[in-house]
Design a protein around this ligand. Structure first.
Ligand code: 9MJ
Length: 683
């Protein structure tokens, strides 16, 4: 059957359009049509290909769904070896690297291209006459595995090299090198699905990416969202490739349709390398993907040539690694801790290890179900993760030292602190001590929360001191801290007269907090600092909040039934009312300060473009930490939430913004970049 010309043309047109939208979505992070429109185009192409199977080609976007399973991967010899990089862990090693290069080149301040070091799997992509024909893993650097079919399913890998800027100059051959990884949010999603299916979870995004790429069944790979970033080229027959600098090669790669790191930069001299390292280290936890360091590369290709290679690695490049976020250590025991709201948490007692820049001796195991799913027993070697500000956690077993199903952990039936009965929270994996404020552990945590930095900010009243004061029966509730005497304090071990009087002074000074701070400090279940600020803004008066019913509370956009119920439960508890009354009567006499709206002070009005507006932050901001951005927005009366909805006024998209960006496009929410946010904050 011959195929009408207009059908063939339509198929080609659809393929080009789909690949172009794919490129805008996966590489530029700037889709120009909503997902539903994209799906329509895709469906139309699928239908045409079903009617005219002769038109189906391997490089059609419909074929990204995965080919038939393989028995094994065949091997590929790299045309030039995929070398690894020399590593540095210490500042001094970076200094030595810079000195060596400066001396060899006879230059004072060498120019470097600097970029994040992706924590994924190195791959090589071969394009012949513009089409993707072969893809392989790095392997041992000389021989890798042929994973072409799997790489075809990765949407950010172009099936054809872009030619829009230089139409007739399709390179005869071009090898692109880069890293395949799984974005953090795709990793979380995958593990949620694995849990649902009762299948084994992946330890980290790198393992998930490796497991997905080295899958013999490409249709499985297609269901795992993988991402690719390019960082260099291999062998090529391409006259267009810049011959001056590495940074220009990267720009060229980008112009050909490949995603590259947005956080790259060009800097001069060793000191600038260290500043870049520090900047990216701070950015790390906000990036949408895992990185394990930064890479420094001498930018000039002529200088690179002069420096040459060792047998293992180029002399002109260095990987400066961050402290490991995951290490292996021994699980010495499992303790059960009681939290502020009575939730019992199994906590791993560990052989102390240095991880994520600190020594860790305890790590959370979340709940009983998690302990069982991870199958950890005392004596096992476990993998401990500490990333950024996140509480250290045990992610899994490195080596099982006990037969499975022996030595199993079970949650106690009675609270280890007060002996009260333990009950399971409906529909949750967590269990809770029923002792309430009679449980010393809960009382301690409530007081510790009350005095914390984001709470009443009582410096000098640390966790250990609170424990001692409660254990000795000197204080029972948060209100009691204000009636502490110097004698009581100095009766405690390691408490001198000076520290005691400093603490009493701080307590006096902190007696007029803002309403928001006070609400947060009370430690109402499900009320974090954002909700506390919102409650303070809407009610403006503590007594009104105290008397509010579930219906009134739910008028606040952020407050659903669960939060509203927690608030009314809190204020209907007799014990809590007693404590609150103590706060507001002699001798404590807490006085709540009027909320300060910085905008009002600055311009005498309250017509801010920020006040009353809802923001969602996505991607990494370069000049502001996310916490700073949030605080600045909130100080001007705005609100920062975590998910994009029709009610969102602005989405602030930093570098490598993820699905929230797409959602904003879909819903037509205004998208700001970092500069626009800063301008708005200043207006
Ligand atoms: C990563 N992993 O991001 C290199 N890398 O490896 C970057 N790896 C590299 N460069 C060998 N950004 C040569 C270059």
């Amino acid at each position: 059957m011959s195929i009408p010309e207009y059908i063939s043309q339509q198929v080609l047109k659809l393929r080009e359009a789909i690949e172009q939208h794919n490129y805008r979505y996966s590489v530029l992070d700037a889709p120009s049509i909503p997902d539903s429109e994209y799906d329509k185009l895709f469906l139309e192409l699928q239908k045409l290909e079903q009617c005219y199977p002769q038109l189906v080609t391997l490089d059609s976007p419909t074929q990204r769904v995965g080919a038939a399973p393989l028995k094994e991967f065949s091997q590929i010899t790299h045309r030039s070896p995929m070398l690894s990089l020399s590593n540095a862990f210490e500042t001094a090693e970076v200094g030595a690297f810079g000195r060596r290069i400066g001396e060899k080149l006879g230059i004072d301040k060498v120019e470097y291209e600097v970029e994040p070091k992706f924590d994924g799997l190195a791959v090589s992509l071969l394009y012949k006459n513009g089409s993707f024909v072969k893809g392989s893993t790095r392997g041992d650097g000389h021989i890798g595995e042929d994973v072409t079919l799997n790489l075809r399913t990765v949407k950010s890998i172009p099936l054809h090299i872009q030619t829009s800027t230089n139409k007739d100059r399709i390179p005869a051959s071009l090898e692109i090198r880069g890293e395949v990884l799984m974005l953090k949010e795709d990793f979380e999603k995958l593990n949620r699905q694995q849990r649902k299916k009762n299948e084994k979870e992946f330890m980290n995004p790198r393992n998930a990416a490796a497991g997905s790429l080295r899958q013999l069944d490409p249709s499985v790979t297609a269901t795992r969202r993988l991402t690719f970033f390019a960082y260099g080229i291999g062998e090529h027959e391409d006259e267009e490739i810049p011959r001056d600098t590495h940074s220009n090669i990267l720009k060229y790669i980008f112009s050909r349709g490949f995603p590259i790191a947005k956080e790259r930069d060009v800097v001069h001299g060793s000191a600038a390398l260290l500043s870049y390292y520090q900047k990216v280290k701070e950015l790390r936890e906000h990036l949408p993907y895992d990185i394990d360091g930064v890479v420094y590369i001498v930018n000039s290709l002529a200088q690179q040539k002069k420096l040459g290679f060792t047998s293992r690695a180029p002399r002109f490049a260095l990987a400066h690694k961050f402290p490991a976020q995951e290490v292996v250590t021994e699980l010495l025991g499992i303790d059960v801790q009681v939290g502020r709201t009575g939730v019992l948490t199994p906590v791993a007692r560990l052989e102390p290890v240095f991880v994520g820049g600190a020594t860790v001796a305890h790590a959370t195991l979340h709940n009983e179900d998690e302990v069982n799913r991870k199958d950890v027993s005392i004596g096992d070697s476990v993998i401990v993760r500490r990333a950024g500000d996140v509480i250290p956690e045990v992610v899994g077993i490195a080596e099982k030292c006990h037969p499975r199903n022996t030595n199993r952990f079970t949650m106690p039936e009675k609270c280890p602190a007060c002996g009260a009965k333990v009950e399971r929270i409906p529909n949750e994996s967590a269990v809770r001590c029923t002792g309430g404020q009679f449980c010393a552990a809960q009382r301690k945590k409530a007081i510790q929360h009350f005095v914390s930095r984001r709470g009443m900010d009582i410096e000098g009243l640390g966790e250990k001191l609170v424990d001692q004061l409660v254990d000795k029966g000197i204080i029972k509730t948060p209100a009691d801290i204000y009636t502490l005497s110097e004698e009581e304090l100095i009766s405690l071990p390691h408490m001198g007269k000076k520290s005691a009087s400093n603490l009493l002074e701080t307590l006096k000074k902190r007696k007029n907090p803002t309403l928001a701070r006070f609400i947060y400090a009370l430690g109402i279940r499900n009320v974090g600092d954002t909700t506390a600020k919102e409650l303070a803004r809407v009610f403006g008066d503590f007594n009104k909040l105290k008397e509010a019913n579930v219906e009134t509370l739910q008028v606040i956009p952020d407050v659903g039934h669960v939060v509203a119920q927690s608030i009314t439960d809190f204020f209907s508890e007799k014990h809590n009312i007693k404590v609150i009354n103590k706060f507001f009567s002699k001798p404590v006499d807490i006085e709540l300060k009027e909320e300060v709206d910085i905008r009002k002070i600055q311009d005498g009005s309250n017509t801010s473009k920020i006040s009353g507006k809802t923001f969602v932050l996505t991607g990494a901001l370069l000049n502001l930490s996310r916490e700073d951005a949030k605080e600045k927005i909130e100080n001007l009366g705005g609100k920062v939430t975590s998910s994009v909805s029709k009610k969102t006024n602005y989405v602030v998209a930093g570098t490598a913004a993820g699905s929230k960006y797409d959602k904003a496009v879909e819903l037509g929410v205004v998208i700001l970049d970092e500069a626009e946010l800063l301008q708005l904050l200043q207006n």
